[in-house]
Design a binder for this molecule. Structure first.
Ligand code: ADP
Ligand code: MG
Length: 709
């Protein structure tokens, strides 16, 4: 029998709070997922009414908005009759007087509002026929001058649902109940979650005072201090488990020790590499080298914008494995991408006399059998291919490093399959490459258990893609421009958002588009490829290959055109209905051009009418080609949780922290989490008991959430 844990005051059902009761408690459960006192105190205000100011009647005018006055209630009387019946009063301070009117609750208010007494009132100034008045002001009787301090604060406003409001629990009701709860809370009820030394060092308020300051701040200073504390707390407890798991992996999981830099690496560097590596490439290679020679297992994400030169980094890293008598593999998400890598890399490494092989689902029979035998015998140095590489029947003699290109199409499960290809119980080092830049903050919260290396610099001598935003009425002009480019021997992409016309969206149909393009670019002078999601993989590949080989000049496609496909000769990317695309998608598509030395163009065709967000996306594309900047804007527009490819990774919704603006706090939280985990890996030290307890609480509430939803 498990002993039930000590029941704390905060675990009390919200039903038992003054002003709530069973009926409203049900609504709080259902609408706001508030079950206990603890849940209620974490229902933070979403804004505050500023009642810190006291106004004077003489200074008021029709535009004063919400005001707060301290004065005497005079001449309280009932006017009119029937449904025009109302309570009126004259309110006076040392500078003048103003009319007050109530239409609702006249009988009740008549008994409550006492003439010739001092009141603090709050409400909106109206002007009627040049006379100022306040309708339905909030009133508080002030018996002693000191009482005003209780009211002249920032008043919290809570979000509630319509059923709650109808049940009488509006924002004001929650405020009253909350105030009541805070009146009962003692220090012991709200355990501190952060160690005292951190509180001191970061000058954070303690948890209970911080909660008070968040719900009932005396001024904006207090509010700021409280928000800072809880943002830190949220981010700290997000980072800690990630940092912990990363550190546990590092301490306990061994990887192949790749210490030697030998012939392969040196000859490649000195004899083959025809350009100087960028500073960023050198830096990430050093970071990776430090990992793979350490004897610990590497689990690293390599981010780099389109064209930043990740492939060369991958090649160099694979050579490190070869120099230590290990094999390496490179996996790409599609056949065509894998083939491109294979063609490029085997050509590049030819002078070194290495064996580079290709494997995909389409390699069958004898050919496949031979490759598998060679692989197991250690006769293949580098294997390049598709998902086929991770199948169980693919057995390496000694796999040292696995590189995964264009990570966002590979899940955690696939990574795990690679781990299984271990030698002497040492899983291969894993380098995941992605060209979808995600803001650093998001990378930290999503891939916090991977180490992240970033290539934040493009090779020199690139001409940035020129981006034009045009209304779709100017399509013919653009087509004429494409003709000129084709005359000069270049190729063009035209991308459509959908394959079939949807009933609700009036989108350009790809088939229509294809017909239109064909009309304008007649055969045989022009050859056009078309690729879309409904085609079989083999058909798609064949069509892509025609474009890659230059047999067709125009590629009409949906967004299925392969991420990472390299056709340096293509100089124009036209995107139809560009307002329908997300920023990261637009950026990826634009990355298909500008891969050669000549000038390239990206034309975003959009409807004249654009939403505010669509306009922001198009403007951003026109302004910058920096993938990281674009990712930041994307996050601002959509919020971290919606960034493409991150939903599955379980991005956490923070209550207060904002990944777009709280980078500094996040960085601090991570650094501190790292220091703590280094000094006290299991959080055994008594000063860290509070952290351990909070982690347990978070885990518990997460699991009860997943049971509910
Ligand atoms: P991506 O990061 O998008 O995968 P690639 O690895 O395909 O980029 O590199 C894009 C192009 O830039 C390739 O043609 C590559 O040879 C070239 N490149 C890579 N690094 C450099 C460099 N340091 N200097 C000049 N060109 C480079
Ligand atoms: Mg690439």
């Amino acid at each position: 029998m498990i002993q039930s844990e000590h029941h704390s005051f905060l675990d009390t059902s919200v039903e038992f709070l003054k002003g709530v009761g069973p009926k409203r408690a049900k609504l709080l459960n259902k609408d706001l997922r508030i079950y206990t006192f603890a849940d209620l105190i974490e229902h933070y205000p979403f804004r505050y009414t500023d009642r810190t100011q006291l106004h004077r009647i003489r200074e008021l005018n029709a535009d004063s908005g919400n005001v707060q006055l301290l004065g005497m209630m005079r001449r309280v009387s009932v006017a009119g009759s029937g449904f025009k019946k109302r309570l009126v009063a004259r309110f006076q301070d040392e500078t003048g007087s103003i009319d007050l009117t109530w239409f609702k609750g006249v009988q009740y208010l008549q008994k409550i509002i006492k003439p010739n007494q001092q009141y603090l009132i709050f409400g909106q100034v109206n002007s009627f026929n040049g006379r100022l008045s306040i309708t339905h002001p909030e009133t508080e009787l002030i018996e002693r001058e000191e009482d005003t301090s209780e009211y002249t604060t920032l008043v919290p406003v809570y979000s509630v649902t319509e059923p709650l409001r109808r049940s009488g629990l509006d924002s004001r009701g929650i405020r009253k109940s909350m105030a009541h709860l805070f009146g009962q809370l003692k220090d012991a009820d709200v355990p501190e979650t952060l160690p005292e030394y951190l509180i001191q060092k970061l000058k954070l308020p303690h948890r209970l005072p911080a909660l008070r300051m968040l719900h009932f701040p005396a001024d904006w200073e207090q509010h700021k201090a409280a928000v800072r504390r809880f943002k830190f707390e949220e981010l700290f407890f997000n980072q800690l488990p990630l940092v912990q798991s990363n550190s546990i992996n590092k301490r306990t999981i061994k990887g192949p020790k790749l210490e030697q830099l030998g012939d392969a690496f040196n000859r490649f560097y000195n004899e083959i590499l025809s350009f100087e590596l960028t500073g960023a490439q050198k830096r990430v290679i050093k970071e990776i080298r430090a990992d793979v020679r350490s004897g610990r297992h590497m689990n690293r994400l390599l981010q780099g914008d389109v064209g930043s030169g990740k492939t060369i980094v991958a090649v160099i890293v694979m050579l490190m494995a070869l120099d230590n008598d290990y094999q390496a593999c490179l996996m790409a998400p599609t056949e065509i991408l894998a083939r491109q890598h294979y063609d490029g890399i085997s050509e590049l490494l030819k002078p070194l006399g290495l064996t580079v092989s290709f494997l995909s689902g389409s390699i069958k029979g004898k050919k496949r059998k031979l490759i598998l035998e060679q692989l197991q015998a250690g006769e293949i140095d580098i294997l390049i291919g598709t998902h086929a590489l991770i199948e169980e029947w693919v057995v390496f003699k000694q796999l040292g490093i696995a590189v995964i290109d264009e990570q966002h199409r590979f899940g955690v499960a696939q990574r795990a399959k690679l781990w299984a290809k271990r030698t002497d119980d040492k899983p291969p080092h894993i380098l995941v490459m992605t060209a979808t830049p995600i803001p650093r903050t998001l990378a930290m919260t999503v891939y916090g258990d991977l180490d992240v290396s970033t290539i934040d610099e493009l090779p020199p001598g690139r001409t940035p893609v020129e981006t034009l935003v045009r209304t779709n009425t100017r399509r013919t002009e653009i087509y004429t421009f494409i003709k000129q480019q084709i005359e000069e021997g270049r190729q063009a992409y035209i991308v459509y958002p959908l394959i079939e016309e949807s009933e609700t969206l009036d989108l350009q149909n790809l088939e229509d588009g294809y017909a239109m393009v064909k009309d304008y670019f007649p055969e045989p002078k022009y050859q056009i490829s078309m690729v879309h999601g409904r085609m079989k993989a083999a058909e798609k590949d064949a069509e892509m290959q025609r474009f890659v080989r230059g047999e067709t000049q125009i590629m009409v496609a949906t967004t299925v055109i392969e991420v990472g496909v390299n056709v340096p000769n293509a100089s124009v990317m036209v995107i139809e209905n560009a307002e329908r695309f997300g920023l990261s998608q637009l950026h990826q598509l634009r990355g298909r051009v500008g891969r050669g030395a000549k000038r390239s163009y990206c034309v975003l065709l959009a409807a004249y009418k654009r939403s505010k967000e669509a306009k922001k996306r198009l403007d951003t594309m026109a302004e910058t080609t920096d993938g990281f900047k674009i990712a930041e804007v994307d996050m601002e527009i959509r919020g971290g949780g919606d960034i493409e490819g991150t939903q599955q990774s379980g991005v956490i919704q923070f209550r207060l922290a904002d990944l777009a603006t709280d980078q500094n706090i996040l960085q601090a939280a991570r650094t501190i989490a790292q220091r703590i985990v280094t000094d006290d890996p299991h959080l055994d030290h008594p000063v860290h008991t509070c952290i351990r307890k909070q982690l347990k609480r978070i885990r518990k509430s997460k699991s009860s959430w997943s049971r509910i939803s």
